[in-house]
Design a protein around this ligand. Sequence first.
Ligand code: HEM
Length: 443
Amino acid sequence: MVPQKNKYNLPVGYSLLQTTLKSTEFLNNPIQFISKSMVVFSGTYTASLGINRKLIITQDPGFIDYILKVNHRNYHKSELSTERAVQFFGNGLLFSNGDYWLKQRRLIQPAFHREKLQGLYNIIVSTIDEYVIKFPTGTNIDVYPLAHELSFHIIVRSLFDIKLSASIMEELSQVFTELQDFLIKDINQPLRKLFYPFTGSENAQLKKARRLREIFTAIINERKASTESYADLLDMLLKSKYEDTGEAMTTDQVIDEMLILIFAGHETTANTLSWLLYLLATHKEILQQLRTSLKDSTVFESLSNEYLKAVINETMRLYPAAWMTERVALEDDSFKQFSYPKNTIIIPFFFGLHNDKFFWKDAVKFQPERFINDPILAKSKHYFPFGAGPRMCIGNNFAIAEMCFFVFAFLKQFNIEATMQIPVMKPLITLRPDRVVLNIEKL
Ligand code: HEM
């Protein structure tokens, strides 16, 4: 059969040769590269992954909504982002697809409803209080590793509300960080794979991933044998029953989901909190207004503080921790004038959309009031900090609660000032700052 010419109408963009030639520029600074390309190609463009494999990157809110929500059934997470991740972090929610994903999502979703989460608030608040007391003060303090450690402790304690020994916590945190770093390099530098048989580095990491599972198996076994009652996420995971069979998850499935909740639930929040402190430190009048608005409230009341919510929303607009995501088309599809074959990868570029001058007045400015003056802005179609559609972040309410409680506790104790060091964006799996160096003073 003669192939049909121009059967598909892909957005204009880079040929395979151009994509290859520009790959170093892309890898050095993906956000800058994609943002520049968006200007050239008016918000949506094609790149080539191979002769027959295309990639469409878009910051068109309608297109993003179409992929994630309107026609979500035609889109899965692609093997590019999930295949390797599953080897290290298991087949939990973030990396699974299709019927299995849906079954797991239905099972786990109820634990993250706002009313259910209230049971975890005391754990979150006490973890923050213990941490904030030890927070260092002085000049030139990098708050990023501190926020990272705190959010790691919060999600781990919410999963199992037991005091783990400091050495186990340290080991968990270290292994997680190493595995994530390895995964990033593995995805970004495909040629590294050629050297694994000689360096043994892949096997060493897989061994660490097995060690994580051993630690979790021991915790689960201990829990199953315990007669005490718990109100943590592990308790919920163990007690949840599939609607159709009435059975609970196997230990392996529980571990997969625990790993995913830690994976998806700590760096994202740590990044957002670090950017937020940086933005407050560089915007004194907003910091002051936030302090005033929190003055007479309790920690739990901070959850309904509109100004604090606006500060968090505006931080996630400027620095969305999930700066992009990706899907693969299961069948041929089209959106507006574009059409593309099945197997095309689509990248919603949230960072670009959140910083798009067309949708956001004074887009580069940190202006939390915009979310107060326009109360539906946070739910608008050009704001996707937690994604959209059925795969929207399951932990969004958890994350907001954690961030509100932290900001409340932190501002009660400390004043912050900016330094000459300006953080640089590091768009890895999530958008993190290289460091956030501030002067911190006890009030
Ligand atoms: C500021 C903090 C956070 C941000 C910005 C964020 C962002 C996101 C985004 C954009 C997605 C959708 C990805 C996609 O469509 O491909 C997502 C998914 C997910 N998030 Fe979050 N997240 C945050 C915190 C959390 C927390 C605290 C947890 C757990 C307690 C969590 C658990 C998950 C899980 C399990 C998924 C996969 C859901 C699924 O595919 O069904 N996230 N997150």
